[in-house]
Design a protein around this ligand. Sequence first.
Ligand code: CO8
Length: 258
Amino acid sequence: MDFTILKLTIEDSLAIVTINRPQALNALNTRFFNEMDAMVGKISGMPEVKVMIITGEGKAFVAGADIAEMVDKNEQEGSDFSRLGQNTFRSLEKMEIPVIAAINGFALGGGLELAMACDFRIASTKAKFGQPEVNLGLIPGYAGTQRLPRLVGLADALFLLMTAGMIGAEDALRIGLVQKVVEPEVLIEETKKIAQTIASKGPSAVKLIKFVVRQGMMMDFEQGCELEAVNFGSLFGKGSEGETGMKAFLNKEQAKWG
Ligand code: CO8
């Protein structure tokens, strides 16, 4: 597929995907979702890529779903547009490798929903966050009603969803919506450093962390522990990643992953 909205840069084992429609503050349209589906497929087929970063061009990460595209939709089309975005973000969330959002500016509505489908979020001090759908007589449609309370808790989620208020990066950090706040000029560098740290770890272990934690969150505690035990065991044995890592430690060497 020809990418006209998404720009892909590969740097060593990192894939940096930039949403590049700054004239509309990177608002999410059908073309974006088709490109993001294709991008998820493309990067999933690149074993050399260990971590993916998503960021936005210009003053926005993403200022929401494209209101101009949504305005004339009927009920059925509205639900379909919601499912389109939900499915794309679910595919992104289910990628085996970690996905980090580097939030450079506005992350509103569908933009915040995109950021929440990533594994964690690094924000510039200039970032602004909100779910302003009720200003438009809408509710979130890309699983914001589901991911936001799971990330920040019920009351902070309802506060943001009901007031449509925008919060800054420090408040987002306080409620756990983002994990780190940095100056705008170092956002990408700092995010890359975090991504490189992750990329230097046991690659199967990192993927299993993502899988076991995310799956476990949808299970009861006992089932989650069993999922952990099975996957813990999968890293043991002759030629395994666990063997490589543990032997390197005992030999006081840096592990060389296969
Ligand atoms: N959709 C389409 N165009 C947009 C959007 C958007 N979400 N946001 C900004 N733009 C456009 C503006 O219309 C403007 O275009 P033009 O230059 O042609 O007039 C351009 O981007 C620049 O925007 P502004 O001039 O408004 O820039 P400001 O710096 O003055 O303001 C704001 C920035 C505060 C971010 C402002 O643009 C704004 O409030 N944007 C809308 C934010 C919003 O309401 N987002 C939520 C949208 S709804 C949503 O995301 C629901 C998701 C689930 C959908 C489920 C499917 C059914």
